[in-house]
Design a protein around this ligand. Sequence first.
Ligand code: FRU
Length: 562
Amino acid sequence: MMKRYVVSLAAMMSIVTAGAQTVTPQACEQSIVTPKAEGRYLWLPVQESAPEGKVQVIVSGSLQTEQNVRMARERVDYYVALDLLPYRDKGALRVCVQNVPTGSVCFSKLAQNDDAAFALIRERHRPLYHHTPERGWMNDPNGMFYKNGVWHLYYQYNPYGSMWGNMHWGHSSSADLIHWKDEGVALAPDVWGTMFSGSCVTLGERVVAMYTSSRPTPFGADVQAQCLAFSDDGGKTFSKYEGNPVLTGEEPDFRDPRPFWNEDIRAWNLILAVGQEMRIYSSPDLKAWTYESSFGRDFGSHGGVWECPDLFPLTSASGAKRWVLVCNINPGGPFGGSGTQYFVGQFDGHRFTVDNPDRYAGGKALWLDYGKDHYAAVSFCNAPDARRTMLAWMSNWQYANQVPTMQFRSANSIPRDLGLFEYQGDTYVASVPSGEMLSARGSKVRQPLEACEIVVDLKKHSEIVLSNPQGEQVVMRYDAVAQTFSMDRTKSGNVGFSADFPCATVAPTYGAVKQLRIFIDRCSVEVFDTDGKMAMTNLVFPSEPYNSLSVKGGKATIYEIK
Ligand code: FRU
């Protein structure tokens, strides 16, 4: 206590000039930074092991925004940007930093400049062809839509650190579903709270986002409500609807809206995750919602909270139409933690019913992907050619905040197109890599690369081993008799950051698999039955790329990814 007083007294008497900003310590708990007149970005030094402090932007005495930042105390792990542009020329600009001791290194290491690429770290595990945020934390894909030849992808985003928090919607766009352009922040927190997951719909030239605002209160659980925002520039910028929120509830977990136009009832439907069920609503205008029904109490996995729903029709090869309800669940996934279950049935605009209740009885579930790192999977609105194209967040809440990357955390899966297949009288959802992945195929190569696709023609029993000179390996096995495919990552490299990470995952194959497509991208292995009956997505963190492949009981062809 005594020591702390002495430090703070010394600090109070000094004015520090860090990279030309002025830092005035007020007390140990609060320092005021006066940014320079030039330099768009104030670079905040972060130390991941530090507790969160508050960074507030104040213009002429009024609070503009505040974010939680793990400001560096002893060492700088990486920098995050505070964009000062919106606050320029509006009055006296101050940045107030709270709950960070005045002697912390962050104050002398602050930087300010116009260089968006300032202090970028080149990381060994950053994927080469999967979508990642340039800096900061990402979870769920949000609000994905296709319009005028462009795919839009929003995502749960913390621009101020590589761990979950300060939820914004980040935005990326792509002409080919594979190479993404960073479009910056699309939705930032407001008085109703932080920006949780949601979806977009297209209404002529207008794009409407429906999302959950999550607002902490000092009185107990956070309050979640559904809000709207409109974009008239193709999804680049949004204005929040002044009548927000449009749908409120009394449950603490009340979120992740997925609205869609339903021609059958000539109205909007909405599916919303509420606790451990999905609620269905209808509306003439996206603003006034009528409750229709709930689904799920007696079906599927209930090991955790139901999140990020989706509901859409698919047509089978024989022309039969089915509705598929997608339900992400955490925990309660097939191998612990997060997973994506689905239900096949009928939907009349009011109620969803499953075709065969036995398949979901007593906790049984069908999974869209039988790996451990496939979560928050939802589909694009308005995809061309009646496609149902989907992306998943490639991580698991058990260890998402600990995976060994720094400057950024998490990637999305490759895009997949969904369909239906029949097996022994039941209908299942098929998942194949989107056609765009074929265009990404480059020339044949002799050995695996850090970014490549391996096509394996299978025999009855096959063993596929990826390895590197460090003895790290990923072992995959196909068993035609048991009709299973498995992947073991227990010796895949760095597995020690979480006791939940080392594991083997197993998938049913619903009949024989003739060919596998295996996509490798530095820190992930995604495997598909070419016919779509099985998908498996797992993260791996080898200390150097797997450059050796051994295949028993099959024939492999390796392609680089362009
Ligand atoms: C799923 C989820 C959503 C929520 C979001 C918050 O991963 O928990 O239910 O909207 O993440 O970031």
